[in-house]
Every structure is written in structure tokens, then in C-alpha cells.
Write a protein that binds this ligand. Sequence first.
Ligand SMILES: Nc1ncnc2c1ncn2[C@@H]1O[C@H](COP(=O)(O)OP(=O)(O)O)[C@@H](O)[C@H]1O
Ligand SMILES: [Mg+2]
Length: 340
Amino acid sequence: MKQYVILIEYAGGSDKGCDGFRIDTKPILNALRKIAVDGEVVFYSDERKEELFNYIKQKASAVISRINPGNLKEVDSYFQFLKSLGDEGIEIHTHPDVMINLDFKDILEKLKNSLVGDKGTHFYHTFKEFKADFPKILQKYRVRVLKTNYGSTGEGVYLISLRDDDSIICTEAVDNIKYFYENMDNFIESFKDKFYHDDSNSVYFKGKSGFVGCRFLPRINEGEIRILLINDKVASIVHKRPANGQFSATLFSGANYEYYQPDNPQYKEVIKLTNKALINIRKYLNGHNYPLLWTMDYILDYDKKGNDRFVLSEINCSCVGITTQLTLADEVAKFFIKKD
Ligand SMILES: Nc1ncnc2c1ncn2[C@@H]1O[C@H](COP(=O)(O)OP(=O)(O)O)[C@@H](O)[C@H]1O
Ligand SMILES: [Mg+2]
């Protein structure tokens, strides 16, 4: 069958250019056409998903999902839609069976004993568990990071600091805004509503609500190192440095981004580590390929001997943007060359 690649977008959200498309969508489509792979862009809507399913089923050999799940209310339903297309033999980038593992913060707990993990990571699935354990952990370490299992751009990522007078400062990574709590009880109660119950219609999201508790890595002030991969190859490095004295390395919070080639000697160690870590990640792919376009982010730490150690801080694979590196569109397209 001749290849035909359909890119799926969503009409809402702030990630669009003035023409209504994501800025990196058309460059990917054009790069595919340059290598003689045809395709098109369609827009997903939950109401019209059956119609769209039939259309894509008839036309596509592969789909590339370009929807930032944060823009979509019905993410579980969309995941089921992608799975059904996959069941029809269409190649899905990224397959939801992969996203459900890699794109959620609980991957940090799953990888806690691996080369890139941190042993002190714990996933609190319920508020009850959080209430019973987190106060002890915070008393012990004085500072922790809590990440909502499914979030992005710093939303639902909190730096929690216990002060000498037992009050608590909670800083959200989305904007570095600080919230103050008089004591532990007040703080814990403020998290009660942040744990939600499973929706009975969910297929993918069952058991996925909760927060991942992580060790605070103070070397975040040296930045976060993003390794961008195209399938199993490192394609680019982004060094994201938080705005002065801040904790968040997200763009919105004012962080500075610098881009490097994958052969830059300064990043040799983290590239070597990433290549090794691919083996640890394989078992969470549910039998699928590595994502087409994805990232592994690291924060520096020290090992027991005082040497640099890179700790994984998150993986993104649902809709990694290349808007600021549009030349990568050609690399993304090359993935499809071997199939013809
Ligand atoms: N363990 C940590 N120690 C210190 N800072 C962290 C840690 N984890 C995350 N951060 C900071 O919080 C920001 C957002 O967290 P991240 O895990 O990347 O979630 P998001 O999906 O919102 O990008 C990071 O860019 C980084 O600046
Ligand atoms: Mg991040």
C-alpha cells in the first residue's frame, strides 16, 4: 500500500499560528511531500469522531497526532479513537498504549531504579495515601516536588518547602507563584480536591489520577537538559535555564532556551546515558515502536562520589513541538522513507 500520512490537529488551544494550524504541522507535511510521501491535515472533534475514523481508515497508512492533550477535554475518548485506528493496521504516532506510560509522570516511579531514575520517587494514587505519607516525607527532607500525573507546561508541578516555623510555601512551576500555608494540615487539605476520581467512561485513564512525589534537585538552577529524539535517535538538545533564582524551566515562566546539535561534546555523557536508557524504556512501549518525536528531560545531580549524574525529570511524547526548530521536520519525515 502506498503511504499516506494524516496529521491530526485540534481547532482549539494557544499552540496555533494565524492560519489555525500548529506552526510545525505544515512543515512536517511539506517535508513528507519532499520525500514523495503524500498526506493531509484533519481536525479532530469528539462529536465527529466516527465520521473521521471512517475517513482516516480508508485513506491513511499512518497518522501523526499533533494534539496537545491539554487542549482536549475528551483525552480518554481521543486515545480510544487512536487505538481503534491502530487496530485497523494504521501506524499511530504516538500510539496511546505508549502515551499512557511514557507521557505520564508516573513513569518516573516506574523507572526509579533504572540508570536515569531517582530511588526517592513515589506515586500517590489516592489522597488517603498522600495524607498518610507525605507529611513524614516533607518533615524528613524539608523540600519536595509534587507533580500531577498528567500535566504539562508546569501546571500541577509544585515545589513544596517546609519552613522552620512549620509553615509551608508551595510554588507552582507554571508561573513560579508562591502559595502560603500556615501548617501541614492546611497544606494537605488544599490537595484534597486535586485528586480526582476515575471517570466511569475512562478506558485509558483508569488508575492514572494522582501525584508523583520527587526529590527536589537543587541543580535545576543550572537548567534542565532536554534530549529530543526522533524514534530511537537523538536529534537535538535544548538546555533550558530557569529565570534567575526560579525553579521552573518552562518557557512561560521566563526560562532561557539554548539549542545544540546531538554531537556537541558538552552533552556527550547525557547522550550516552539516553541511548542506554532506551532499553529500560522499551518495556513500557507495550510492544510498539519508540515514539516518532519525543523528549527526555534531565536535571543534574551528584552521585555518591560527587560526580555529575543526570536524573530524568519527565518524558513527553504526545505532541512535542518543533516550532522553534523547523529544520527537524525533514528528520521527522525521514522516518517514513524506509517503508516504501
Ligand atoms: N525534581 C525536581 N527538582 C527541581 N526542579 C524540578 C524537578 N522536577 C521538575 N522541576 C522543575 O519544574 C518544571 C516543570 O516540571 P516538569 O516535570 O518538566 O513538568 P511539565 O510537564 O509541567 O513540564 C521543570 O521544568 C523544572 O524547572
Ligand atoms: Mg517539563
